[in-house]
Design a protein around this ligand. Structure first.
Ligand code: ACO
Length: 322
């Protein structure tokens, strides 16, 4: 048994914040932000609009695309670092929002690698026979944990959500038939201080703000991402040219360019949405995926590679025959 992706969808809050808007809040410029990150605009959730609201909207879009009734779902896994509340999990709020009272729902927390972790988790549940249909969502409201006086971080992130619907399928040849072929996950907790939130229920009893040593993150990201991509290719006897589409976590254009150069991936095969979305953490892969599926770039049968790296540090990749 394997998992096939039946459909995908996304949601972005209405309000758009441009680099020019940011230049009125902190000492920065469109030129600096564009040159250093590749980001031009990002979406910001409205007052009262929560991660669960974004997640429910993306889930509905994915269910519509898949042609699936939410009542047929066995589980919901949400990747987020910006839950509505410390508990219950935001996944259970999304479950209720979709009108479901059966099955199970929980959150996965791996920051920007959250979607890669959640997709691997869901795939393992399906392979183990613990559910036939599942929803995997990445939803974030990072605008709520940014220090809007820190120009080194507040210019990089945005809010949004993306989702995929998975279904159990019997395949003979996982490399050639539509399914999730495999995933690889890594973490190394020694790097906690390079990217973290300086608050939490057990430490400070506050929500806290995102803190980052940008240069350290950058250096680690290019090496970690290149490594997991190369390992994934090697595990399946693939060359970079065998991948049809590369859907990376959208952190920074320079990280994407550096990785592509190191691994040997052609630039035109990389789906890039960070110019319009910024870094939406766990939402960025399903947002980029939905964009490229719905504009017709990613087609049935394409070989697609997701990769991500984030706080922890955590990093990982998923290989999918779309
Ligand atoms: N506007 C103008 N100037 C700025 C801004 C800003 N928004 N932010 C920082 N600067 C200034 C700094 O104060 C510094 O000034 P100084 O030289 O007078 O001290 C100067 O610009 C250079 O700052 P650096 O931090 O050295 O700039 P760098 O070239 O490293 O770029 C950046 C910073 C974009 C954060 C880069 O380090 C980076 O991309 N890091 C990766 C971080 C990342 O992508 N994180 C996302 C989360 S992790 C993930 O998703 C993988």
């Amino acid at each position: 048994t394997r998992s096939v992706v039946l459909g995908c969808g996304s949601y972005l809050p209405e309000r758009v914040l441009t680099n020019q808007d940011l230049a009125r809040i902190v000492d920065t410029s469109d030129e600096w932000i564009s040159d250093r990150s590749g980001i031009k605009t990002r979406h910001i959730a409205a007052d009262g609009e929560m991660t669960s609201d974004l997640g429910i909207a993306a889930a509905r879009a994915a269910l519509d695309h898949a042609g699936i009734d939410p009542q047929s779902l066995d589980f919901i896994i949400l990747a987020t670092s910006t839950p509505d509340n410390t508990f219950p999990s935001t996944a259970t709020t999304i479950q209720a929002g979709l009108g479901l009272t059966h099955g199970f729902a929980f959150d996965v927390q791996a920051v920007c690698s959250g979607f890669a972790y959640a997709l691997a988790t869901a795939d393992n549940f399906i392979r183990a026979g613990q559910g036939k249909r599942g929803l995997v969502i990445g939803a974030e409201t990072f605008s709520r944990i940014l220090d809007w006086e820190d120009r080194g971080t507040c210019v990089l992130f945005g809010d949004g959500a993306g989702a995929v619907v998975l279904e159990a399928t019997q395949v003979q040849d996982p490399m050639r038939e539509r399914c999730i072929i495999g995933s690889m996950l890594f973490s190394d907790g020694r790097h906690k201080d390079k990217l973290y939130v300086d608050g939490g229920p057990s430490s400070t009893q506050t929500v806290g703000h995102l803190r980052m040593q940008g240069k350290e993150v950058f250096r680690f990201a290019v090496n970690a991402i290149s490594d997991v991509v190369e390992r994934t290719l090697a595990a399946h006897n693939l060359r970079p040219s065998d991948i049809d589409w590369f859907v990376p976590h959208q952190a920074n254009k320079r990280i994407l360019d550096g990785t592509a150069k190191k691994v040997g991936i052609a630039e035109e095969k990389i789906v890039i949405t960070l110019d319009r979305h910024g870094n939406t953490s766990a939402a960025s892969i399903p947002l980029a995926l939905s964009t490229a599926v719905h504009d017709g770039r990613i087609k049935r049968g394409d070989l697609v590679l997701f990769e991500a790296m984030g706080g922890g540090f955590t990093w990982g990749a998923n290989l999918v025959r779309w």
